[in-house]
Design a protein around this ligand. Structure first.
Ligand SMILES: NC(=O)CC[C@H](N)C(=O)O
Length: 337
């Protein structure tokens, strides 16, 4: 009977990378002061025995770090392992446990480069497992529930935090001290409640199987860096990043991606020297940058990131520039993904 039950359940692999979901603090009162990336994946799985009712679950420790330290090489390593698992017949879904600081970057990266319809769910927590009202157990349970659900197929890379199912493209860490930390300007795709998912909308942008990018064809990512716009800003950071080898600069602009008159000449000059200039916005609830609004992008040969925040724009620019150095192609890609 037990063997029959196991055969019916989906096979889900949990790839662990670290973060607060694997964190540990000195006491149960430490919800904010703790060390991330301490607890191994086997212990995390053992801590949620209910997972066995949802799926045949096994874990792999891919790395054990806080997500602010994830490098491009780490992204590639994780992405390639996800692709291998997605290709194997005995894997139905993949969950990635991840620190929340750059979770939105990894989720968007995988959304762009994994050529599969199988569910890929990225999950983290805001409190370590040692804290009172730790959120990691339920978030992980929800992630496995979504990853083992056939309905989750073909919907792009997903994020399950705070009972919501979010698109890995849209979602962003919006506050750092609440368990309700992850928001999308365009709303969640669904909810997961008591191990069951409820869907309300689908992503309109290209992703996974329908993407022109494939992790198997990517061996390195170009240097793309971000510089921040603010009152009294100078062009120092932009120039320094370019001098250090950046092939594209993401302008994390004020408002609708506006650029200070003290910075414009440097960006025009850098573009003439081959550096791609991509205007995004760092406004809190989600930016919306349009071509030739604020700045003459056609004349300057700059690109706009539209609704992608600066850190997501960096991910898309890196992936796109593995294929093209043409600014018009780059802009097409920024509209489509
Ligand atoms: N809540 C978290 O996961 C933050 C912990 C750590 N800074 C990380 O991103 O891994």
């Amino acid at each position: 009977k037990e063997a029959e039950q196991q055969q019916k359940l989906a096979n889900v692999v949990i790839l662990a990378t670290g973060g607060t979901i694997a964190g540990a603090g000195a006491s149960a009162a430490n919800s904010a002061t703790y060390q991330a990336a301490k607890v191994g994946i086997d212990k995390l799985i053992a801590g949620v025995p209910e997972l066995a009712q949802l799926a045949n679950v096994r874990g792999e420790q891919v790395m054990q770090i806080a997500s602010e330290s994830i490098s491009n090489d780490d992204l590639l390593k994780l992405g390639k392992r996800v692709a291998e698992l997605a290709d194997s017949n005995d894997v139905d879904g993949i969950v990635i446990t991840h620190g929340t600081d750059t979770l939105e970057e990894t989720a968007y990266f995988l959304n762009l480069v994994e050529k599969t319809d199988k569910p890929i769910v990225v999950v983290g927590s805001m409190r370590p497992g040692t804290a009172m009202s730790a959120d990691g157990m339920l978030n992980l349970y929800n992630a496995v529930a979504v990853a083992s659900d056939k309905q989750s197929r073909g919907k792009g890379v997903l994020v399950t935090m705070n009972d919501e199912i979010q698109s890995g493209r849209d979602v962003s860490k919006s506050i750092n001290i609440k368990t309700e930390a992850f928001k999308s300007a365009w709303g969640p795709m669904g909810m997961v409640v008591e191990g069951k998912s409820y869907w309300f909308r689908l992503p309109a942008k290209r992703h996974t199987s329908n993407s022109e990018f494939d992790i198997k064809q990517i061996s390195s990512l170009p240097a793309v860096d971000i510089a921040y716009g603010y009152g009294n800003v100078t062009d120092t950071a932009y120039k320094a990043l370019a001098q250090n080898g950046a092939k594209a600069l993401i302008h994390a602009g004020t408002g609708n991606g506006s650029v200070s008159s003290r910075v414009v000449p440097a960006l025009q000059e850098l573009r003439k020297n081959g550096v791609q200039i991509i205007r995004s916005s760092h406004v809190n609830q989600g930016g919306f940058v349009l071509r030739n609004a604020e700045q003459p992008d056609d004349k300057n040969d700059w690109v706009v990131a539209h609704d992608l925040n600066p850190q997501k724009a960096r991910i898309l620019a890196m992936v796109a520039m593995t294929k093209t150095q043409d600014s018009k192609e780059l802009q097409r890609i920024f509209w489509e993904y």
